[in-house]
Design a protein around this ligand. Structure first.
Ligand SMILES: NC(=O)c1ccc[n+]([C@@H]2O[C@H](COP(=O)([O-])OP(=O)(O)OC[C@H]3O[C@@H](n4cnc5c(N)ncnc54)[C@H](OP(=O)(O)O)[C@@H]3O)[C@@H](O)[C@H]2O)c1
Length: 370
């Protein structure tokens, strides 16, 4: 199952809006076929792995990260291909989380005499397709918020301790590598204008380059600047700038466009880009998964609007005392959102990693493994 997972994790072009799926065929203790689903309109992972195995599949075992489909979509049902291949056993990571489909593929195969086992490395298999599950099959864009904070809840030191344009890293190397791996799995990495001005970030996945289990392509970078007042360019060649409609006819857009920024004009609310409108525009560009990397003002807006699906916070064992913190109107009784549940708590060298999800990951996991 690890090999099947790796097949799906490393797919060069992200498969969204389809879920990534990986499969391998094993015969006499050796892998004889491998396959991954490469995205809409492409074959599913099972027929690819079974074709790769050819006659060697007969009597062997198919490992697949997601329950084989039992319906005709753009391609035929995978269960038919599995049956025709002659494999004797099918090991499935997780059931299909879609309640209308769940169990159908496994039942079909069992009824025809195959030995079917479900729930192997289920957490990783669910992780693989979580953006798809959390958004009910991308009925909206998946938003992953990343924050890094000190023990006293600050995001960065104040300007008096900063060198202009130099990024300041609160967290250690292991956390930064983790962020870069996560960046490689999303379509767009987004920050606010304040972060571009303070850090001039690259927003790529350079620390994960060469890791076999993440895509090798970088996500598209972008920032939000309602009035296009940031005129200092951006450290990447092509990037998106989400501006307000009110900036459409201003002079400021010329410099941004000359620098390589592609501006998307969004609806505004209270003088700023409206986050929901931003995400709707992103969806029209086939940007299905977005990682919002702050700073706190943009992060606060996304949280306030109830648009964050997953919140990943790295907590560093330092106290800054002063510096960048949540915006004032984010405090006290205005706390907008108690709808997250804790999915995971990990240690990354000296830092702590908290992953919270709006859709309950553990409850979903329990449902897809029985
Ligand atoms: N530790 C971390 O995880 C982390 C991550 C990123 C940044 N940082 C630090 O955070 C600091 C910058 O954070 P920040 O809060 O000042 O700035 P920010 O969140 O990066 O950017 C805020 C700006 O984004 C624009 N914006 C457009 N639409 C918005 C909306 N709906 N909601 C909020 N902002 C919107 C606003 O400018 P308009 O006037 O154009 O609307 C606003 O001034 C830097 O010191 C940086 O180093 C830390």
């Amino acid at each position: 199952m690890s090999a099947a997972l790796a097949m799906a994790q490393g797919v060069e072009n992200r498969t969204w809006p389809n879920p990534p799926v990986g499969a391998v065929v094993v015969k006499d203790g050796a892998i004889v076929g491998r396959g991954a689903h490469l995205g809409p309109g492409q074959l599913h992972a099972e027929p690819v792995a079974l074709a790769d195995a050819g006659d060697k599949a007969r009597g062997g075992t198919l490992y697949v990260t997601l329950e084989p489909c039992n319906h005709t979509g753009r391609t035929g049902p995978c269960t038919e291909a599995v049956l025709a291949s002659g494999v004797a056993r099918v090991v499935i990571g997780i059931r299909d989380p879609n309640p209308t489909v769940s169990g159908g593929g496994a039942r079909f195969l069992r009824e025809r005499g195959l030995d079917v086992e479900i729930g192997i490395l289920p957490e990783s298999c669910l992780e693989l397709i979580w953006p798809f599950v959390a958004t009910d099959n991308f009925t909206r864009v998946f938003v992953e918020l990343k924050t890094a904070t000190s023990l006293d809840g600050r995001f960065a030191p104040g300007p008096e301790l900063r060198q202009d344009g130099q990024p300041f890293y609160l967290t250690g190397e292991a956390s930064r590598c983790d962020v870069h791996r996560r960046r490689r799995r999303v379509d767009l990495v987004l920050v606010g204008e304040g972060t571009v001005a303070a850090d001039q970030p690259l927003l790529n996945g350079r620390l994960a380059m060469g890791d076999h289990d993440v895509p090798q392509t970088d996500p598209l970078p972008g920032y939000v600047d309602t009035d296009l007042s940031w005129q200092g360019g951006f450290a990447r060649e092509h990037y998106l700038v989400f501006a307000g409609e009110s900036a459409r006819h201003g002079k400021a857009r010329l410099k941004v466009e000359q620098d390589g920024g592609e501006i998307l004009f969004c609806a505004e609310k209270a003088g700023h880009v409206e986050p929901k409108s931003l995400l709707e525009l992103a969806a029209t560009r086939d940007l299905f998964t977005v990682m919002v990397e702050g700073g706190p003002r943009l992060a606060g807006s996304m949280l306030f609007a109830g648009l964050v699906d997953r919140w990943i916070n790295y907590m560093a064992p330092v106290v800054l005392g002063r510096g960048v913190t949540w915006p004032n109107d984010f405090a006290g009784p205005n706390v907008p959102d108690r709808g997250f549940s804790l999915t995971r708590l990990d240690q990354l060298e000296k830092d702590l990693l908290f992953i919270h999800d709006r859709k309950n990951f553990s409850a979903t996991l329990a449902r897809v493994t029985i």
